[in-house]
Write a protein that binds this ligand. Structure first.
Ligand code: TRP
Length: 74
């Protein structure tokens, strides 16, 4: 398989307040929002980068864990 995104690392986003938005941005030349997931305090999203998603934007206070490390915003 040329691009095996299903084997890519997972990242974790833990919302630290209500209404945190996790926005998926498309892979390829056309970069646009394709999905917005709203998390409330203490909700967790576990996700991967895929053939459809090359970047994410997190709006609101959250703890983000990746294989590169951990970061909080807000
Ligand atoms: N259908 C999307 C995809 O396969 C689901 C998804 C995966 C997603 N990772 C994401 C949505 C990160 C938002 C943020 O790419």
């Amino acid at each position: 398989m040329e691009n095996n995104y299903s084997k890519s690392d997972f990242f974790v986003i833990k919302a630290m307040e209500d209404g945190v938005n996790v926005i998926g941005l498309t892979r390829g030349t056309d970069t646009r929002f394709h999905h917005a997931e709203k998390l409330d305090a203490d909700e967790i999203m576990i996700a991967q980068f895929t053939e459809h998603t090359s970047a994410i934007k997190v709006r609101g206070k959250a703890l983000i864990q990746t294989s590169h490390g951990e970061i909080t915003n807000g």
